[in-house]
Design a protein around this ligand. Structure first.
Ligand code: ADP
Ligand code: ZN
Ligand code: ZN
Length: 745
């Protein structure tokens, strides 16, 4: 009788982490086919060149396009069953096609780091402690002379299901005490698979507030759409209670035993937000962000994949986390640029959220006080349901905005008199003032008075930023640092001075000007250490009057109830930007920062310092608000033929050799012209032109742009060009990247 092969298809297509836009074919040896059912999503070892590599099966096939003699057999299987479900496989395939990124790199990006390296997809084991019979009956006083053991015993007794390492850490219990108790036969160890589930306390959950009219309508509308694929834009001003709306929907999802994925911007997940979730739900909440160890991330990922975690909160890459019962995806602050990965695999989590939701019939909610133009555009076209919240929740009112004309005024460290007076008024009322300046460091420029020398980065075409506290000069583009000089590097003069202000300087100056007021700074430098941000926000809540100085970090999700005045030091930054998205970004930032004012019962005010008080953009943002502003700006994009009215793809090159960098794109442009003519593609090509900062980290950067009203031909052309780039010998010296729907130019 013939042996039954478990796997009928003799060939497989495998994704490998290599920069090639293809899957690799292998043969399944009979010995393996007899013993194992091969399925897409399983990892395996295959020969690749002279090496053996870990890959993922993407497809099984009956035949091969190659000469069967040439197709190598796979070496060994790594998993008994698929580690990722078909839904994630499909998402990776789509992403690889849409972003023209090598498919193996996409698959490997989608996996937690430990699975990429071959770890098994099991929860880690950990040691739990449980009481023995003796442990149940012994009189704790017998341990009087060993207080640590006694304390340990007390706590194990309050955990009848066993004491986990997590609870041990919470109570600061030592494993030496556990050992001693074990030796006395009072407790015994048990190896269990890590699972957050077992640690639930079921403590009292918070009673939610009564929804206001707008919120109720929003919740009703959104709830009626659960269980089908649809996208809603929850366009609600800052403090309008969007998070409360999310919480109500999440509750419905949890009650149906389904899962929700909540995406947050990179540094947007504040401990405050997490606490709001934890206080509300009696269920496992899994967090996935970059500040976790690889093991913690894998455990979270496994919790999501097992379906046990009902709520998964994470940054952009979490869009790839398997969740078998996914019924809702929420993107909070959907306009945030950190949803787009800016290097390597340049995907946008918003696009992928839509694709993923469609695949599994889930709903998507995009929430923002300042929606991206892309989402506003789709809402106008009725592709998205547009739900507006225009009132602040609770007792809070909308802050008033006022322009402060800087023309002809004497500035004291970047502030004019009237601004300083206003700050004083609020501080005297024991309220808090927030100063927004999107420039960290002490000063952006260091210059010599005698010869005009300016401290510049050796690797980039930019000036170095002065960081006085650290006594350093920093490049904010490549990370290069050098010691702060006290004399000119050219003429050795000691007459060197700084130009302009950064947050560090403003912090120093304000502490001199307002001596009895605590001044706290929130930016990347002041919060680089773990828990630093926590400590600062803690201090903010402790004090009544205080000044907070910060960069865009302040714009994200924080709730400071006692802030009643927001000062935007430089409202003009985006006005003359060479990037067409400059105004959109500035308007979002100003609106978000302004939204920090008056979030509780006291009304808030916003002061915009500007040299262009009559500029139509500043005026409309100030008097008519973001929605109106965006409508005008979008009209302009339409006139100029810019996204979202047209689709864009950039091809970027970079090399230490400037000429080669240019040449690669120049030859590609010729090829593109040829294809455009030949296939009659409705596509416009521009470039190559240099990036705004040509040299960055020693690399000379050029850009080629393609625009079209039609996605299909655009993708066709790019995929032809991508194939040709892979063959181009110049790419040994020049790195290139394809950037679909770019956010940066
Ligand atoms: P957003 O996410 O839109 O900025 P939040 O959901 O954070 O707004 O709500 C702002 C504040 O108002 C929070 O402190 C929240 O607890 C409170 N809040 C939200 N909804 C209500 C409500 N219906 N009644 C009272 N307070 C509310
Ligand atoms: Zn000099
Ligand atoms: Zn640099």
């Amino acid at each position: 009788m013939q042996e039954q092969l478990l796997t009928l298809e003799p060939y497989i297509k495998v994704a490998l982490p290599v920069p090639m836009r293809t899957l690799f074919e292998y043969r399944v040896p009979k010995a393996i086919a007899l013993r194992h059912q091969l399925l897409p999503g399983m990892r395996l070892k295959v020969p690749f060149g002279k090496q053996s590599r870990l890959g993922i099966i993407v497809e099984l096939c009956y035949e091969t396009e190659w000469d069967p003699q040439q197709v190598k057999p796979l070496t060994s299987l790594h998993d008994e069953s698929p580690i990722i479900p078909q839904a994630i496989i499909n998402l990776c395939k789509w992403a690889s096609r849409y972003y023209h990124h090598p498919i193996g790199e996409v698959f490997f990006h989608a996996l937690p780091a430990m699975l990429r390296k071959g770890e098994t997809d099991n929860f880690r084991s950990e040691t739990w402690w449980i009481l023995t019979e003796l442990g149940h009956t012994i009189d704790p006083n017998e341990l009087k002379r060993a207080p640590k053991q006694q304390a340990f015993l007390d706590i194990v007794r309050t955990h009848p299901n066993g004491l986990s390492p997590h609870i041990m850490r919470l109570h600061d219990l030592q494993s030496t005490a556990a050992k001693a108790l074990e030796d006395k036969g009072i407790i015994q160890r048990e190896l269990r698979h890590f699972s957050k589930n077992a640690e639930h306390h079921g403590h009292q959950k918070q009673v939610p507030p009564t929804l206001n009219e707008e919120q109720s309508v929003a919740v009703q509308q959104l709830a009626s759409k659960l269980d089908t694929f649809n996208v809603s834009l929850l366009d609600g001003i800052t403090g309008s209670g969007k998070t409360e709306v999310y919480l109500r929907l999440i509750e419905k999802v949890i009650n149906k035993d389904q899962q929700v994925l909540v995406l947050v911007p990179e540094i947007g997940l504040t401990p405050q937000t997490l606490k709001r979730f934890e206080d509300r739900f009696n269920t496992d909440i899994v967090l996935l962000h970059s500040n976790m160890t690889d093991r913690e991330r894998l455990d979270g990922w496994l919790m999501a994949r097992s379906g046990k975690a009902k709520v998964i909160i994470g940054t952009r890459s979490s869009i790839f986390v398997p969740a078998p019962n996914l019924s809702l995806i929420i993107l909070d602050e959907e306009h945030d640029a950190s949803y787009k990965q800016q290097d390597g695999f340049r995907f946008h989590a918003r696009d992928l959220a839509l694709i993923r939701a469609k695949e599994v019939n889930a709903s998507v909610i995009l929430g923002s006080a300042t929606p991206s133009y892309e989402s506003l555009f789709n809402a106008r076209l009725k592709k998205f349901n547009w739900i507006k919240l225009r009132k602040r929740a609770g007792n809070a009112s909308i802050p008033s905005m006022e322009r402060i004309d800087l023309r002809g005024k004497t500035l004291i460290k970047g502030f004019c008199d009237s601004t300083l007076e206003r700050i004083n008024v609020h501080l005297n009322r024991k309220e808090q003032v927030l100063i927004f300046l999107n420039r960290r460091g002490y000063a952006p420029t260091l210059m010599c008075h005698d010869c005009g020398w300016i401290a510049a980065c050796q690797n980039c075409d930019v000036n170095l930023t002065v960081h006085k506290g650290a006594n350093k000069l920093h490049c904010h583009h490549c990370g290069h640092q050098e010691t702060l000089l006290d004399q000119c590097a050219e003429c050795q003069s000691h007459e060197i001075f700084t130009i302009g202000e950064g947050t560090e300087q403003v912090e120093t100056q304000l502490s001199h000007l307002f001596k009895d007021t605590p001044v706290l700074r929130i930016d990347r430098d002041s919060t680089s250490r773990k828990d630093a941000l926590n400590n600062i926000t803690q201090k903010i809540h402790e004090h009544n009057k205080a000044i907070l100085v910060g960069t865009q970090m302040l714009a994200k999700g924080h709730h400071f109830p006692n802030v009643t005045l927001v000062v935007v030091m430089d409202a003009d930054v985006g006005l003359f930007s060479s990037d067409f998205r400059g105004m959109e970004r500035t308007a979002q930032l100003i609106t978000q920062v302004s939204g920090r004012a008056g979030r509780a019962s006291k009304p808030g005010h916003v002061l915009l310092q500007t040299y262009h008080p009559d500029h139509p953009s500043i005026e409309s943002l100030c008097t008519l608000g973001y929605e109106y502003f965006a409508t005008q700006d979008l009209q302009e994009r339409k006139t100029l033929g810019l996204p979202p009215y047209l689709h864009q793809v950039l091809i970027r090159s970079e090399s230490v050799d400037e000429e080669q960098s240019y040449l690669l794109l120049d030859s590609l442009r010729l090829e593109a012209e040829h294809l455009i003519q030949h296939f009659n593609y409705p596509i416009q090509a521009m470039g190559p032109y240099s990036a705004i900062i040509v040299r960055k980290a020693g690399q000379h950067r050029y850009i080629l742009t393609f625009k079209s009203a039609n996605r299909a031909p655009l993708h066709q052309l790019i995929s032809q060009l991508a194939q040709s780039l892979e063959q181009n010998p110049l790419t040994r010296k020049v790195r290139y990247a394809i950037d679909v729907d770019p956010l940066e130019t």
